[in-house]
Design a protein. Structure first.
Length: 138
């Protein structure tokens, strides 16, 4: 059992550090460019993984808070914009999203009314063709 753990734990650490390094935004990487960190983690699995965890990424502190502030200001990924409190804003709490739904509803209702009017006009045209003055279909 101990032999398996001595192989599995470093492998799990290496995989986790590699994925974490790949998915970390460039502005949160410290000391070296992100590409260099990826190469270090790949070439030196155990040492590179530990180095990445210790020195490669900003964790907590004022710099991480500044990154969250940029995302809250709309500079981050649009799906992950956060309000000033730091929590993600749910769609049903977002006034802009709710306003866009109402605008879409109004636009769809107008489109439906237009289609219904067009359908009525076409039905009247067809009825007019079916009922000529002499009683035969046209």
């Amino acid at each position: 059992m101990l032999r398996i753990l001595t192989f599995v734990l470093p492998l799990a650490l290496w995989v986790w550090a590699f994925i974490d390094c790949l998915t970390t935004p460039e502005d949160e990487v410290k000391h070296l460019p992100k590409v260099v960190w990826v190469i270090i983690v790949l070439l030196f699995p155990l040492v590179g993984s530990i180095a990445w965890l210790v020195a490669g990424k900003q964790r907590g502190g004022p710099h991480a808070a500044a990154g969250a502030g940029r995302r809250a200001a709309g500079e981050g990924h649009p799906g992950y914009d956060r309000p000033r409190g730091g929590r993600p804003l749910a769609p049903d709490d977002d006034p802009e999203f709710l306003a866009s739904l109402k605008k879409d509803d109004n636009r769809h209702e107008d489109m439906l009314k237009q289609w219904e009017a067009d359908l009525r006009r076409r039905e009247e045209e067809l009825r007019g063709r079916e009922d000529p003055e002499d009683g035969r279909k046209g």
